[in-house]
Write a protein that binds this ligand. Structure first.
Ligand code: C5P
Length: 246
């Protein structure tokens, strides 16, 4: 979908910390490269909307993925997404298991909140099956079939609900693309440059292979934030993305 994207537009660095000062420092170190930043539940629960504004200020309002994974009744999710969209994120997400009415309400609220605050409409994407879950885990939660089948089922529901894309493992790109075609944003965590520490991620792929497999956007945290020189690590990944495209 996003083959016309610059490498910078295809990389979001996960800033996973509860500490605003640390997040601002990291944002400043890598913000000048023009890539996006992702703030999630850890940061938001500790630092709130004001923390998000401070990070955005530090990077001159660059691209932000607010990874808050909303899942509640449609009315509540719509209100939360409306408030979050006023902060001006480029990407915001909800859980696909919240259902079609919840996703549709979230998409409408995102456009409304952004427009009221003078921002362009964000992309609203869905989490399908968390990458921490395996087939046995979802079976115990009452889901029949494999993780891949459930991912494709929920991605289809997200597309039918008017969402722009999904968060998925790089290993799920092929079946999703086959079912839903090229015009659906695939945002992929679990990325590790060759030789990098895998940490707690189980099913990883290199930036180059993930782009080649059809990922639109890569979310990469610790390989950048825990590097001795985060900007150098980010530049190397941007070069890898550029090379995969060429
Ligand atoms: O440090 P690392 O590169 O593993 O960071 C990946 C980021 O993507 C983290 O913020 C993590 O919460 C997030 N994420 C993930 N798997 C998902 C959804 C989000 O790793 N399925």
């Amino acid at each position: 979908m996003m083959s016309d994207f610059t490498p910078q537009a295809r990389l979001y660095c996960a800033i996973d910390t509860p500490d605003v000062a640390r997040a601002v420092t990291l944002a400043q170190e890598i913000g000048g490269l023009g890539l996006g930043l992702k703030l999630g539940l850890e940061f938001f629960s500790a630092a709130g909307p004001n923390g998000v504004r401070q990070v955005l200020d530090a990077v001159g309002n660059g691209a932000m993925f607010l990874d808050l994974k909303y899942h509640d009744i449609p009315n509540t999710v719509a209100a939360a997404v409306h408030a979050a969209s006023r902060l001006g994120p480029k990407i915001i997400n909800v859980h696909a298991t919240g259902g079609q009415a919840m996703m549709a309400a979230a998409a409408e609220a995102a456009r409304k909140g952004a427009s009221e605050a003078g921002h362009p409409p964000p992309w609203i994407i869905a989490v399908t099956v968390l990458t921490s879950l395996e087939t046995d885990d979802i079976k115990r939660a009452g889901v029949t079939g494999s993780v891949t089948e459930q991912v494709v089922r929920l991605a289809t529901l997200a597309q039918e609900s008017g969402l722009d894309g999904v968060v998925c493992s790089a290993h799920e790109i092929a079946p999703i693309r086959q079912a839903l075609g090229p015009n659906f944003l695939l945002v992929t965590p679990g990325i590790r440059p060759a030789g990098a520490d895998v940490g707690d991620q189980k099913r990883v792929m290199t930036p180059r292979d993930a782009i080649k497999a059809g990922a639109d956007i890569l979310v990469i945290g610790r390989p950048i934030t825990a590097a001795p020189n985060p900007a150098a690590a980010a530049r190397a990944i941007l070069a890898d993305i550029q090379n995969a495209d060429g």
